[in-house]
Design a protein around this ligand. Structure first.
Ligand code: ZN
Length: 332
């Protein structure tokens, strides 16, 4: 493995049992030569069943995934597993420690850094390690996101509409067992180099989520996250148990058109007229931006460009022109 990547893992991916250790990323800085960043990793392996790679902290301000996966890393034992579970709760550790979306080291968004290169900045090295070492080991890749500090989501599993129909149906089935009312099909409207896209291109069944957000780790959303991870493991036959909640009708909604993503028309204070999860009609006022420096100016009203569910909205009211303030997901 050392020839493929500059990151060294001090855990054995092939040995049965529970192994906890670190991914060691070379990182010299002004106060430390020959230093490493140590990203915690847990492997729980028993026999030759499927491999789940479960990741939290791709963005450092999304806390539901890291907390759910750290709890699982402490609790899960080899006797409960038929196959292999690889857990990295704080994938972009520098960003998680800083509570930021981007890495404080190189300013890079890990979820735009794929596939990464052998020689790259710290964030690119993490991406490259996943691409060259971890994704090839995995049957299913779970990348747990939330809204972070800038968004509040109606909690949902989400996925891309990949062109391979068999892969898509497997991804959809794994998203549905997450147990939420909506499964959300999304589009990449802001850049390339996403972790799920890289894993999808390698034929993996990819499960991603948008769990709440608003910079918090609320009890209700954390419970959804923990249940979702457990359900996916049961669905894959990795662990035994009953799905909780039991399988029920799930509505598939999609924001695959650029118009579904509503950007702020101005700098100011965004007032949303809707809570997440509420229905919105095309042409209806969705919210408005106030101008605190000019009381004589009327707020600028944002009109809904599609009909559906408000799946997420901006969380801090203060906004800049061009910030995404609302996403409408249309029932399919
Ligand atoms: Zn994210």
């Amino acid at each position: 493995m050392s020839s493929k990547t500059q990151i060294i893992a001090d855990v054995d991916f092939e040995k049965d049992g529970k192994h906890q250790g670190y991914l060691r990323i070379p990182y010299s800085h002004n106060l430390a030569g020959w230093a490493n960043i140590l990203i915690p990793i847990t492997i729980v392996k028993n026999g030759s069943g499927p491999t789940l790679l479960a990741l939290g902290g791709n963005h450092g301000d999304e806390y539901e995934g890291p907390v759910a996966l750290m709890k699982l890393a402490r609790e899960l034992q080899p006797g409960q597993v038929n196959g292999r579970v690889i857990l990295i709760p704080a994938l972009n550790l520098p960003a998680v420690l800083a509570g930021t979306r981007l890495s404080p080291i190189d300013g890079v968004n890990l979820n735009r850094a794929f596939p990464g290169k052998y020689n790259d900045s710290v964030t690119g090295l993490i991406a490259h390690y996943l691409t060259s070492v971890l994704f090839p080991l995995a049957d299913i890749v779970m990348d747990i996101h939330g809204g972070g500090r800038s968004m509040d989501f109606f909690p949902c599993a989400h996925l891309h509409r990949v062109s391979d129909e068999e892969q898509f149906q497997k991804m959809l089935a794994a998203a549905k067992v997450w147990g939420q009312r909506y499964v959300f099909i999304y589009a990449d409207i802001a850049g390339e180099g996403l972790l799920p896209v890289q894993a999808e291109s390698m034929g993996k069944v990819v499960v991603t989520t948008e769990m709440g957000g608003a910079g918090q780790c609320s009890p209700s959303v954390l419970q959804i996250t923990e249940r979702g991870v457990r359900n996916v493991m049961i669905h894959l036959g990795l662990t035994k148990g009953e799905l909780d909640p039991p399988p029920s009708e799930v509505t598939v909604v999609a924001s695959t058109d650029r118009e579904d993503y509503h950007l702020s028309p101005a700098n100011g204070i965004y007032e949303s007229f809707f809570e997440v999860g509420q229905s919105v009609e095309k042409g209806e006022p969705l919210g408005q931006v106030h101008f605190p420096e000019r009381h004589d100016y009327s707020p600028e009203v944002l009109i809904a460009q599609s009909t559906g569910i408000l799946i997420c909205r901006r969380f801090p009211a203060g906004t800049h022109r061009g910030d995404c303030v609302a996403v409408i997901a249309r029932p399919l």
